[in-house]
Ligand binder design. Sequence first.
Ligand code: NAP
Length: 385
Amino acid sequence: MSTHDDVIVQHLIDPELCIRCNTCEETCPSNAISNDLRNYVVDVDICNGCQACVSPCPTGAINSWRPVLRQSAYTREQQFAWSALPEAPSDPALDAVPPGRGRGDGSVVVENRFTPARPALARVVENRCVTPRADAAVHHIVLDVSNDDFPFLEGQSVGVLARGVDAQGARHAMRLYSVACSRDGEEGVAGRLALTVKRVIENRGGEEARGICSNYLCDLTPGDAVELAGPYGADFLMPDDTTAPLIMICTGTGVAPMRAMLDRSRALPAPRAPQQLFYGGRTPQEMAYFDALQAAYGATCDIGFALSRQAGESKRYVQDLLRERHDVLAQLLARENTHVYLCGLRGMEAGVFEALAQVCERHGLNWQALEAAMTQQRRLHVETY
Ligand code: NAP
């Protein structure tokens, strides 16, 4: 019989929910997380339970805990071999309570209602390319999710399970896409969920490599069935406070959650506080919703574009746009209820934070202190891949 002192709450990663985005390994301050290209695992001898990795994980796979006897804690090698988390042991001595995921404001956000093992079934309502350039196709896909009552909020993500198996005969890994419409549904129709999907076709050493899930989605036609897991995420949500200004900074298809938030704001009975969108892309022909954004949300949001490959113009990244719009940006950053959202390429993070620091310095603000306060108050939201 073990004593309570022998019990630890071991931090694990659910291989069924993990999308192998590497965020946890990059975030962990003690280097307790590693991967073997198949699974991400936590070294029980190093992890100190600080939970720095928990909030950045887009699916919640990292938020897995098992009370175990210390001497029988799962080793890295055991975790590498898993396809699913093992059943929780039934030893009555293992009564430790796993640390939960705090939400700060006590509100309830539905997450993980559907899993890869028990997905929801959606139907395609619409699938159209919204970029004029065929070699840079981004699709706007509308799914009817009303049959399985799949809930979603702006800023949450949805797991898509492409049909078929990989070379090892395992089901294709789930891929995450951001909700691109308001919780009220695409065009106000309840139960209609919009996604923004870039058809990924890469040239790898002369060979064409097609993204499994993006091509699966872009090839769907109305009436087709799609399996979904989720919804995922509780960290990229809009504030309920409609006086809170929103600064939205995105690259490429990272525009999807911004469209959702703009959609939500537009439907509010009273206008919400200022909204600024900074949207970076290569050319208008390669950017989803380039004209549509202005037409639909221009009255409720100040929208700026940064084009990196526009013929005849010098390269401009979204961080250049932030520096150009320093006046308005500094005014908003100085307000104590402003929320900042950053979505798109992982590589943009450093440049964007540097630009925000420069804007602050120019206007007598301290970005380091501001960033710490915004993080602590959950007003800084980052979702990059
Ligand atoms: P992309 O077309 O490759 O790039 C968008 C723009 O970002 C281009 O103008 C690019 O410029 C620029 N860029 C490249 N490096 C940059 C840097 N270091 N700083 C600032 N700008 C930079 O983008 P994409 O292929 O659409 O990728 C979007 C990303 O968003 C993906 O990682 C995707 O996973 C993620 N995302 C997608 C969704 C969704 O629902 N679909 C949701 C959330 C996040 P150049 O190419 O000219 O250098």
